[in-house]
Design a protein around this ligand. Structure first.
Ligand code: GDP
Ligand code: MN
Length: 380
């Protein structure tokens, strides 16, 4: 789950990373009260799940109550890249000497954590990577070794930060690494990481993505309240399905994450776009299949449905019975194409045969099934 800036800063603060004193508010009056509490000047900041808020007019400095009123009034309701601002973060303003960039994320191909540090912060790091890639010092950290202060110091030196702040930066970055690992984050980014005019290093922004699979060992309920989730994903997860909403028009049901991924590929290969990723897992019984069909059927962008099942431990006839049973439970609007293969596929297809029609077709191969589903989606 993605945290809003203020939540990211709360997360950082629990690991001892210096952040500014601030308050999250939802009204102009509360913004004024918050500003009086934290002390002027303050920064009024839009809390939305999008970057580039500064450029969009969502970050404003206010030196008195009238300015807080003005900015808070303007920013509440502001649309930032399609996200309407409902929450403001009012924080005590910092005097900035320098703006750096720092982050930790997972480099899956290297099977290591990747730290990125740059003295060119405050701007989009993607842009720095294009214009001046040498300005980003990268470090790959073996999770078993962790990040020692010595290695961190060498990294800070490689990034050419102001030498006066080396020790302060090392301390903050080691804490950021701890927050990232122990806090179970997939991403912990500070942009800008500032040097204040008093020489102290400080997190002025926070972008944190937490690993949802680790939720059971944390107290994340408060973060969860502000999540904006895809309604389809909400419904699917409530049914215990592994579902990811996508942009296309071919609804997909497959058993096994690998097969579901391949199904997306083959739909692409056939010239279509999947409406979702959906893995119903190993046992394709009628209830699970019905739940999956329900979720897909409720998605108005779905124009055809492709059920791609490979019988393994769950045999073909069980799968066929599951599909037939599910069709009795759910009133499906889009045409369905089934590809059933694997253990006892013949028996399964024989069970399906009497139910087949224009609206429910069976194809022997993945590619044929995908081509049919894509053609139907384009026709509907
Ligand atoms: P973003 O645009 O969504 O990344 O929002 P940031 O929180 O990074 O703020 C954008 C920019 O606003 C920063 O790079 C700073 O230049 C400026 N800014 C934010 N907070 C302060 C502050 O407390 N004092 C000053 N002087 N500038 C700030
Ligand atoms: Mn930022």
């Amino acid at each position: 789950m993605d945290l809003l800036e203020y939540q990211g800063k709360q997360f950082f603060a629990t690991f001892g990373i210096p952040v500014s004193d601030g308050r999250a508010v939802t009204t102009v009056e509360d913004a004024v009260a918050a500003a009086n509490a934290v002390g002027y000047p303050v920064v009024v900041k839009a809390q939305v799940h999008a970057g580039g808020r500064g450029k969009a007019g969502g970050v404003k400095l206010a030196t008195n109550e009238a300015e807080v009123r003005e900015h808070a009034g303007n920013i509440l309701g502001l649309d930032i890249k399609g996200h309407i601002t409902r929450i403001l973060w009012i924080e005590n303003a910092s005097d900035i000497a320098e703006e750096y960039y720092a982050s930790f994320t997972l480099d899956r191909s290297a099977k290591k954590h990747l730290g990125m540090l740059s003295k060119e912060g405050g701007v989009e790091i993607e842009q720095v990577a294009v214009d001046n890639p040498d300005a980003i010092a990268k470090i790959w950290i073996d999770p078993v070794d962790g990040l020692s202060a010595d290695v961190c110091r060498a990294w800070v030196k490689a990034a050419n930060l102001n030498a006066d702040v080396t020790e302060d930066a090392v301390e903050l970055l080691c804490k950021l690494y701890t927050a990232y690992v122990e806090g179970d984050a997939d991403l912990a980014e500070i942009n800008p990481l500032i040097v204040k005019t008093n020489g102290r290093v400080h997190a002025l922004d926070a972008k944190v993505t937490l690993d949802d699979n680790a939720e059971f060992r944390h107290e994340w309920d408060e973060y969860a309240t502000t999540q904006v989730r895809d309604a389809r994903e909400e419904a699917a997860h409530a049914k215990g399905l592994q579902y990811v909403g996508l942009e296309g028009s071919v609804g997909i049901i497959a058993n096994g994450a690998g097969l579901a991924m391949s199904t997306l590929d083959v739909v692409n290969q056939a010239g279509g776009e999947a409406a979702n990723f959906l893995d119903i897992g190993g046992g394709a019984n009628a209830e699970v299949m019905a739940g999956a069909l329900q979720v897909i059927n409720d998605d108005p962008s779905v124009k055809s449905i492709f059920i791609n099942i490979f019988g393994g431990i769950t045999r073909g006839e069980e799968v066929a019975k599951g599909i037939i049973g599910a069709l009795e439970m759910v009133d499906i609007t889009a045409p369905i194409v089934i590809r059933l293969d694997g253990t006892n596929a013949e028996e399964g297809r024989a069970l399906l045969a009497p139910h087949l029609s224009e609206r429910l077709q069976s194809k022997p191969t993945m590619l044929e099934a995908a081509a049919t589903a894509v053609a139907l989606a384009k026709k509907n």
